[in-house]
Design a protein around this ligand. Structure first.
Ligand SMILES: NC(=O)c1ccc[n+]([C@@H]2O[C@H](COP(=O)([O-])OP(=O)(O)OC[C@H]3O[C@@H](n4cnc5c(N)ncnc54)[C@H](O)[C@@H]3O)[C@@H](O)[C@H]2O)c1
Length: 434
């Protein structure tokens, strides 16, 4: 199969590299010249474990290439995937589909022969209809089939998720398109990853419903964590106690500072707008969005409470900035609101993150970025663990306690056993642990 990926971001690059690893011939296209130039030199534009090896191995094998020339890449393709961004539209929270529609127009103008055009970007119900309409308008004679194939990979574990998905969802009623998509995913099909064929609109909605459900699960346990703190219970034990029930499941029941990232915040908002427009409001998701928004800044207040006194002019050390570990992605990371709340109270912020600093510089102001977690703690009134990178798990807490001026350790991911923190001479604050 000849596959073209339009948009070489987190999803496009990982998907393109994995498809090439299956043996397909893949061209990844992007408008960002610097990104494509870097990839041609073997330099990854993002941090994702295992990605550089996967990309460079497949480039060497002649199955994967990069270009800014969309027309040439589309002309020969059996399947063209649209993997461009669908951020929140400024002002109203609808998904901004301008990148998807612009890419569609360019693709339509370049179509030659039978081509399946696949929307991998997360797009609201009905977007496939509009993509199809644009193609018919720009290229009335093209033999094109428009398919929805949402992506469920998680940053930080993207390659494994792509190669071993829980399911593959393909939305199309066309048998021709189904056949091509079966061929595209055949290696996974052989590995028994379930493929779910649905209508196109259903497929588009599955992606939003999945993300909204996961965001709900996180927000649910976060509110239970608050209740635990108020009544003297332990949220980790509650999570385990409910998660062992197969109907509930143990995943996504870790209390923390609220969800962030490139998907949940924008996708929950976009789903609300779809519900509003369809006059089928999603009140549970509405609450989830509101509760999660309030939570991030509340975590800043939690830190201030732990410091117990005026924080003005004092240093607060931050461990972890990205929205989760093993990525450099800072989009809607909880650290942004937490740091803002602390700065508003007059704190000086000193932060360490293993991979996220370059992106963090674009979204955080007046933060001193340091290259070592121990330096973040040095002279700090409080140390706050925001993102649970593995390398924070085994820090020498006694050494940290010695170098700090204050004694507050605020663990927003419940990584440290409280008794070990206490033994090191630090005052522990976790989430949902009374
Ligand atoms: N990041 C994730 O974990 C994830 C997971 C599942 C689904 N998704 C969805 O996948 C889509 C892409 O997300 P992402 O995180 O990879 O975005 P991203 O911002 O990392 O990448 C998008 C890329 O598309 C390029 N682009 C935009 N218009 C283009 C055009 N006309 N031609 C060529 N390139 C163009 C941009 O330059 C950019 O490099 C979104 O809809 C997102 O919701 C993301």
């Amino acid at each position: 199969m000849r596959i073209t990926m339009v948009g070489t971001g987190y999803v496009g690059l990982v998907s393109g590299a994995c498809f090439s690893d299956f043996g397909h011939s893949v061209v990844c296209v992007d408008k960002a010249v610097a990104k494509i130039d870097a990839l041609k030199q073997g330099i990854m534009p993002i941090y994702e474990p295992g990605l550089a090896e996967l990309v460079n191995g497949n480039v060497k094998a002649g199955r994967l290439s990069f270009t800014t020339d969309l027309a040439e890449a589309v002309a020969d393709a059996d399947a063209v995937f649209i993997a461009v961004g669908t951020p929140s539209r400024r002002g109203d929270g609808h998904a901004d589909l301008s990148y998807v529609f612009a890419a569609t127009r360019e693709i339509a103008a370049a179509l030659k022969g039978r081509t399946v055009v696949v929307t991998k970007s997360t797009v609201p119900v009905g977007t496939g209809d509009e993509v199809e309409r644009i193609i018919r308008e720009v290229a009335p004679d093209a033999e094109a089939y428009v398919v929805s194939n949402p992506e469920f990979l998680r940053e930080g574990a993207a390659i494994d998720d792509f190669k071993r998905p829980d399911r593959i969802v393909i939305g199309t009623e066309s048998e021709v398109a189904q056949e091509v998509m079966r061929e595209v995913y055949r290696p996974l099909y052989l590995n028994h990853s379930p493929i779910l064929f649905t209508g196109r609109r259903t497929s588009e909605l599955i992606k939003y419903a999945a993300n909204a459900f996961l965001a709900t699960k996180i927000t649910f346990i976060n509110e239970i964590a608050d209740l635990c703190e108020a009544v003297g219970a332990n949220v980790q034990e509650v999570s385990r106690g409910i998660g062992l029930d197969n109907r509930i499941g143990t995943k996504f029941l870790h209390a923390g500072p609220g969800y962030g990232g490139s998907c949940f915040p924008k996708d929950t908002l976009a789903l609300l707008k779809t519900g509003e427009d369809a006059q089928a409001p999603l009140r549970i998701v509405e609450s989830v969005v509101r509760v999660n928004d309030a939570r991030k800044r509340a975590m800043g207040r939690k830190v201030l409470k732990a410091i117990d006194g005026d924080v003005r002019g004092k240093i607060v050390g931050i461990l972890g900035l990205t929205f989760k570990p093993n990525t450099d992605d800072m989009r809607d990371a909880p650290s942004i609101a937490i740091i803002q709340a602390l700065q508003d109270a007059g704190a000086k912020i000193r932060a360490f993150d293993p991979e996220g600093v370059e992106q963090a510089k674009d979204v955080l102001n007046n933060v001193e970025f340091v290259a070592d977690p121990y330096v973040a703690a040095d002279g700090a009134e409080a140390l706050v663990l925001v993102t649970e990178w593995d390398e924070f798990r085994a820090l020498d807490l006694a050494r940290i306690a010695e170098s700090m001026t204050g004694k507050a350790l605020v663990d927003l991911r419940n990584v440290y056993p409280p008794h070990e923190v206490a033994k090191a001479g630090l005052a522990y604050t976790g989430v949902g642990r009374a």
